[in-house]
Design a protein around this ligand. Structure first.
Ligand code: SAH
Length: 350
């Protein structure tokens, strides 16, 4: 049993079953035993790989997309260049390299990284070298300034609550105990006002998920973008609307039982992009494959391929495919842009 499993069992023995959100929060971010709080989980030796770790092209293209959006909005002379949940810092490093020759962009950018894990902050510091960076604990602390922001595989890591519709109301999925071990159960049905809008597109038996932390974060991003200009580019796996059980655990690149080893596996859920876009000033939505293709990934891939032979060339071609092909990440992963209604749509989203 992991140390965190023992803590959770004691907590449930004393206080009763907990929501999936409470369970995920402890498993991912518990200061001593949480998954992100204690390790660097990325890459081949880790538990999962993300787009920026697959190819430098991902960050280059998104960086140039943000820089063009900045130019289209009149190149504000001081702005926040931010990332939520930067992992190893690879995406921001690629963004900074690709935008180094955009006149005025670096001079105006103040890099802000929203990261709770001190282990990963240290890793980000190492990746970004001498570049000045301000770390924040929460998106709500982002400065009052134009905001150009990226978030890749951030929202899937935020805790969710899960509900099954019944004829009597919504029955919440809870983590409780069965024979002394952690087990999933369901609370008695209740009326959940925040799910009233889901009564039209669901029937009894359907499962929906809610991310309680997302609305406040999106409100901050939308507020900064509406008042000062900017754009947020959010990429993740998920869909427009949430339906079905998408709570999952990954360990060593394989799916595993989310209750088996609390703190030792990555826990995620699919992102509901409709919920993220709900209060945005203006938004555009597409797939990762369509976005990267529109931003010119094939041209960039061919350019990089000219310098490669043998295994590195094979890996480069596989990485390009992995990011864009519909049967790989191209279709499951979506991209949402949030921007001011008065500004042009960011490149690639039109
Ligand atoms: N964007 C990176 C990493 C994604 S993993 C990439 O694409 O490779 C999720 C990241 O979000 C990690 O850096 C994790 O520590 C961070 N994170 C998770 N929950 C967070 C929260 N509530 N606030 C800030 N950062 C969080």
């Amino acid at each position: 049993m992991t140390p965190l499993a023992a803590l959770l069992i004691r907590r449930i023995q004393h206080g009763g079953p907990i929501t999936l959100a409470d369970y995920m929060a402890d498993c991912l971010m518990h200061p001593a035993h949480g998954y992100y709080a204690t390790r660097d989980p990325f890459g081949q030796g880790g538990d999962f790989t993300t787009a920026p770790e697959i190819s430098q092209m991902f960050g280059e293209l998104l960086g140039l997309c943000l820089a063009q959006t900045w130019l289209d909005q009149g190149a504000p002379s001081a702005f926040t260049l931010a990332e939520l949940g930067p992992g190893r810092g690879t995406l921001m490093a690629d963004v900074l390299r690709a935008t180094a020759r955009v006149p005025g962009f670096h001079a105006a950018a103040r890099v802000h990284l929203v990261e709770t894990s001190s282990t990963l902050r240290a890793r980000q510091r190492a990746t970004l070298g001498a570049h000045p960076v301000i770390w924040l604990d929460s998106a709500q602390d982002l400065p009052e300034a134009p905001l150009f922001l990226l978030a890749n595989e951030f929202f899937d890591a935020l805790p969710i609550r899960q509900f099954t519709r019944t004829p009597e109301g919504w029955s919440e999925t809870m983590v409780g105990l069965s024979n002394g071990a952690l087990s999933l159960g369901r609370a008695a049905p209740a009326i959940i006002p925040t799910l009233n809008h889901r009564l039209t597109d669901t029937t009894p038996g359907d499962i929906v998920e809610l991310c309680p932390a997302a609305p406040a974060i999106l409100q901050t991003l939308s507020d900064r973008i509406t008042r000062h200009g900017g754009a947020a580019l959010i990429l993740d796996y998920g869909d427009w609307g949430s339906k079905g059980d998408t709570f999952q655990a990954l360990k060593s690149h394989r799916f595993t039982d989310p209750l088996a080893e609390p703190g030792e596996a990555d826990l995620t859920a699919h992102v509901d992009f409709a919920a993220l876009a709900a209060h945005s000033p203006a938004h555009a939505y597409t797939t990762q494959g369509a976005l990267l293709t529109a931003l010119g990934i094939q041209t960039r891939a061919a350019q990089l391929a000219q310098r490669l032979t043998g295994d590195p060339l094979t890996q480069h071609l596989a990485a390009t495919r992995r990011l864009t092909a519909p049967e790989e990440m191209g279709q499951l992963f979506k991209a949402l842009a949030i921007y001011p209604p008065s500004a042009p749509t960011p490149p690639g989203f039109a």
